[in-house]
Design a protein. Structure first.
Length: 395
């Protein structure tokens, strides 16, 4: 049987859920007592910012909310729309208002709008003329102006798990009447390949079906997708093995190995901020006093990755990994911190020496609190700064 979508409607669009009950995943947001279910049940509109990875249902949820609330749905993409488009939507919303109808404006990739464009929404969101639902893959704290955030509820969507992707794929093959053609292992492979993105999973299934082969197995999926799945489970052994190999390669100053493992993680869909955080720790733990600027450099990497996003963030991660691998290494500060914690654990109640205590009253001064202290740059007291019984562990 030859596969034919008909009307050239993409499979991902054809399978888009129409109600909250049809949505797969996002259990933290949908269900009894959960925020999206409450909004729909109450019929009270709310301004929302959907924050989450691609293919997690941001557009779908916006459309469902509009349909359930009985308001007009207007969609803009911040990639292609300008201020003129925003003003046209405002005028449309005003006309709807005069007719007793509300307008929900969905702005995809709202982080792409600059401050002036976002400011244009503000008075109309405040007045209630527009119900704003924005979607972003970037941290809204950095990409969406504070006044809009303060007037909206930020809703975090999680990357879909493999089980959720499989459910979506199984629904698709059943609805298309091709369940017997697509092998179970092919669906499993598609779910792995999607890395939590339902749109990718359905797109690859659609490509495989378009090949016209009698049976769809793993080979047909590979041929259609032209990409091999990385054997990488973010909660399994491979996750910990790869990050361990990455850190040890940095420690061993092996640039090739460090960049190789970095690429493995990025291609498998690892959270880039997780990688950046590990490099911030490494900069202090392993480079340490050998190059004090490494910590600032790694921290800047984290901030840049958070603000730029992927895939360009991969360049920033590579830059940082290369520099840390080539940097001189010293664990002196890390080792000193370990010894300090041991000393503190052994003497948790050791009294602070009198000469180090504050003396805000005459009585305290008479009791020799702060005796001999001078407010001078570089002043060093003749007595030990450590409590009695605590021996120096660094110098």
């Amino acid at each position: 049987m030859w596969y034919n979508m008909g009307m050239n409607i993409p499979l991902a669009e054809k399978m888009r859920p129409k109600t909250l009950a049809e949505v797969v995943g996002q259990d933290e947001l949908i269900g009894e007592g959960k925020i999206l279910t409450q909004i729909v049940a109450s019929k009270v509109p709310a301004n929302l910012i959907f924050w989450g990875p691609p293919g997690t249902g941001k557009t779908t949820l916006a459309r469902i909310i509009a349909r359930e609330l009985g308001v007009e749905f207007v969609e803009l993409s911040a990639v292609t729309a300008g201020k003129k488009d925003v003003l046209e939507v405002v005028e449309q919303a005003r006309q709807n208002w005069n007719l007793g109808r509300r307008t929900l404006l969905f702005v995809d990739e709202i982080h792409r709008f600059n401050k002036a464009q976002q400011d244009a929404f503000l008075p109309h969101v405040e007045s209630g003329l527009i119900i704003l639902v924005g979607a972003t893959t970037e941290n809204p704290s950095f990409e969406v102006i504070a006044p809009l955030i303060s007037r909206s509820r930020v809703v975090v969507l999680q990357r879909l798990g493999k089980a959720a992707i499989l459910t979506i794929l199984e629904r698709a093959v059943k609805e298309l009447g091709v369940k017997k053609r697509v092998k179970k292992e092919a669906l499993d492979y598609l779910a792995e390949l999607a890395a939590g993105d339902a749109r990718v999973a359905l797109g690859n299934l659609e490509l495989a079906l378009s090949l016209g082969t009698a049976t769809i197995g793993v080979d047909e999926i590979k041929q259609a997708a032209q990409k091999v799945v990385a054997g990488y489970d973010k909660k399994g052994d491979m996750h910990y093995d790869i990050i361990s190999a990455f850190i040890k390669s940095l420690r061993g100053s092996d640039v090739d190995a460090a960049l190789y493992y970095l690429a493995r993680m990025v291609q498998a869909g690892e959270d880039p901020k997780f990688i950046a955080r590990r490099m911030v720790i490494f900069a202090s733990e392993d480079v340490g006093l050998a190059n004090n600027s490494a910590l600032n450099f790694a921290t800047s990497c984290f901030t840049a990755v958070e603000r730029v996003g992927m895939p360009e963030g991969g360049i920033i991660l590579s830059h940082c990994a290369y520099a840390l691998a080539k940097a001189p290494k010293s664990r002196s500060s890390y080792d000193a911190w370990s010894l300090a914690k041991v000393a503190a654990e052994r003497t948790p109640n050791a009294p602070v020496p009198l000469h180090l205590r504050n003396a805000p009253t005459k009585l305290m001064k008479d009791l020799q609190f702060g005796k001999g202290q001078k407010w001078e740059a570089g002043f060093h007291h003749e007595k030990s700064y450590l409590p009695d019984g605590v021996k120096p562990f660094v110098s």
